[in-house]
Design a protein around this ligand. Sequence first.
Ligand code: OAD
Length: 234
Amino acid sequence: MIRISPTDRVFILTGAGISAESGIPTFRGVGGLWRNRRVEEVASAEAWQRDPRMVWDFYSMRRRVATTAKPNPGHEALARLEQSLQDRLFLCTQNVDDLHEQAGSVRVVHMHGELFKSRCDRCDRAPFDDSAAYEPPRPIPRCHCGGKIRPHICWFGEIPYDLDKIATALDDCTVFIAIGTSGLVQPAASFVARVRGAARTIYVGPEEPANTFAFTDCYWGKAGELLPNLFHSA
Ligand code: OAD
């Protein structure tokens, strides 16, 4: 049981593991390859330059899978926690699906972007809602400026979104909880080291993350099974 006092401020970092029970595959581990390629080979600015068709094939597949996915009890538990803590909860996700929002979470920071948004790779047009699949024979979409429309995703080699807001929330928090993330992708993997000493650090998931040493408490199991009964807020 994680006790949350009236003065605690909670930072939650979620990863692909929280959506696994909703049928969205994780990036690493069993089933983590796509057409025998590692995610780093598909989700990068270089891949986009070299082969935008292949990149859109990958994100079109992810859009199709995520379109039918529904939030699981893990997402729902975090939405309830937000209702009770309000702005004392900061929910930062590495996930690009919208399952936290579907479950009722309101203030979600998507540091790696959003699957159902696209943007131009050339002009500064704002990201826009887009749930289409662009697979052959459909051409790669084009912007009115002539640039290519790309998924609104932070790829390897790019800078994650909202890092200023995230840094402030990390420095403010008294409880840090990482859920379903392998601890391998920076900068998210180093958040726990930044808050260690100033906040309680807790991990929730079925396997040890790479940065396991930085957590003071670990709850081993599936997010959808553990989270509904994990929090006790006074
Ligand atoms: P990974 O695929 O690296 O790790 C998923 C983690 O979820 C693993 O540690 C699993 O043990 C855990 N897991 C599996 N099932 C779970 C369950 N039911 N409940 C809880 N945990 C479970 O995913 P991330 O760490 O999120 O970035 O990956 C980080 C980033 O790498 C992603 O955001 C993505 C990827 O490249 C971009 O696309 C930019």
